[in-house]
Design a protein around this ligand. Structure first.
Ligand SMILES: Cc1cc2nc3c(=O)[nH]c(=O)nc-3n(C[C@H](O)[C@H](O)[C@H](O)COP(=O)(O)OP(=O)(O)OC[C@H]3O[C@@H](n4cnc5c(N)ncnc54)[C@H](O)[C@@H]3O)c2cc1C
Length: 385
């Protein structure tokens, strides 16, 4: 197996690195350094989104006719590696990674023209309204009702929960029940909801770290024009499955983990406990796991670049990444000793974010499908059980 990148790929890496050195201003690096949740926070993260959009590199994974790049899977991986290595803020993925592909795959030409440009530009900001109290892993049991009015528009009533960044959202894509008389999966539709209207109420859920990342969203007689139905009425479950596959399998997790282990190593070197053999041994084990995941993802991408379908290995990466992410953040708190337990209000000093990051990392084995659900997916999809 040839493990080297081709000369073309190495030239591409140099081009990306040179761009990031010029474009990734200190304020963007500082945003990333103080972020303890999954994504960088608006409005600053949207400035970074626009820098990438101006360069044409915001949505390289989209088709070229809607703003994507014709990059190979390996080039996309190199791009992710360079972003992580440079310490760029993580862009909120609800619009760019989840809704965008749904719109260009299932949307009408009008829907693509209306919704994709502001999504890319960040002038509209999207939340994902799937989970409800009692309907997370068992998503098909969701109860938010959408009933047609006299004009054929929809009226929504119900509650969504764990809605990431809904406090910033101008819009939310939602799964709703449009038919309660058929098999649960067949009665679900996919709607685009304007958050700035009467009847939409967003209530904060503060996490154990004190961060405001997730929310409850209450919908009380909320109006949604018929034109905001994506796909056919009753096709929402098919669309949701497509979207969840993108959420679980469409990301490379290794580059960010490898880059964060490198930062841990640098942080440890500056501490009095730097020579502790037990700590060093643990860090190396985490590093090997992160590098192995990165190598596995490269193998998956190399197969795809050669025209193969995504291999069964791709079903395993979210589960493994969650475990490594939690090990990274646990190590970061423990190497700091008592200082690693502090939960300061002020997150401006990145050295004081370890405890919040550790607490937030516990959510990795829950969101985007819990680890137990991932094991079920691997058992059925990869092992045929
Ligand atoms: C930080 C964070 C951000 C999130 N952001 C969003 C968002 O933006 N939009 C959104 O729609 N949702 C979001 N979620 C919700 C997330 O998708 C759900 O929390 C997740 O799907 C689990 O559902 P649940 O919380 O209802 O737990 P449950 O489904 O009630 O699960 C409880 C426990 O039972 C286990 N379990 C359940 N079913 C099975 C089974 N069949 N086999 C084995 N074990 C099982 C689970 O693994 C878990 O340990 C977010 C969650 C978190 C924590």
């Amino acid at each position: 197996m040839d493990l080297d990148f081709s000369p073309q790929d190495q030239a591409f890496r140099a081009e990306v690195r040179a761009f990031l050195e010029a474009a990734l201003q200190p304020r963007f690096r500082e945003l990333a350094a103080r972020t303890t949740t999954v994504f960088g926070e608006p409005p600053e993260v949207l400035d970074w989104q626009r820098v990438l959009d101006d360069k044409g590199w915001l949505v390289p994974h989209w088709p070229a006719d809607v703003g994507g790049q014709r990059w190979s899977p390996i080039q996309r991986f190199i791009f992710d590696q360079e972003l992580a290595r440079a310490g760029a803020p993580v862009l909120p993925g609800m619009g760019l990674k989840l809704l965008g592909p749904v719109l260009y795959t299932f949307g009408t030409p009008e829907q693509k023209a209306v919704w994709l440009p502001p999504l890319r530009r960040g002038t509209q900001f999207w939340a994902q309204g799937f989970s409800e109290p009692g309907s997370g892993s068992d998503l098909a049991s969701l109860r938010t009702r959408a009933v047609r009015d006299a004009n054929g528009d929809f009226v929504l009533n119900g509650q969504k929960t764990w809605t990431t960044m809904a406090q910033h959202a101008t819009h939310m894509f939602c799964l709703v029940r449009t038919d309660a008389t058929v098999k649960p999966q067949r009665g679900i539709s996919f709607l685009l909801v304007d958050m700035a209207q009467p009847g939409v109420e967003v209530r904060a859920i503060l996490s154990a770290s004190g961060d405001h990342e997730v929310n409850e969203v209450f919908l009380d007689n909320v109006h949604v024009p018929a034109a905001n139905l994506v796909g056919l009425e009753g096709q929402g479950w098919t669309i949701a499955k497509f979207l969840l596959e993108n959420e679980r399998g469409g990301s490379s997790y290794g580059p960010a983990l490898v880059a964060d282990v490198a930062r841990l190593r640098a942080g440890l070197a500056a501490l009095p406990c730097a020579a502790d053999p037990i700590l060093r041994d643990r860090l190396v084990r985490i590093e090997i796991d992160a590098m192995s995941l990165e190598m596995t993802e490269l193998r998956i991408l190399a197969g795809m670049a050669a025209g193969d379908a995504p291999s069964a290995l791709s079903l395993t990466t979210k589960l493994i990444a969650s475990e490594i992410r939690q090990a990274v953040e646990q190590f970061a708190t423990e190497m700091l000793g008592m200082a690693g337990l502090a939960l300061p209000e002020d997150r401006a000093d990145p050295a004081r974010t370890a405890a919040a990051r550790y607490l937030n990392s516990r959510a990795w084995s829950i969101f985007g499908g819990s680890s137990e659900i991932q094991l079920g997916i691997i058992a059925r999809g990869a092992l045929g059980l």
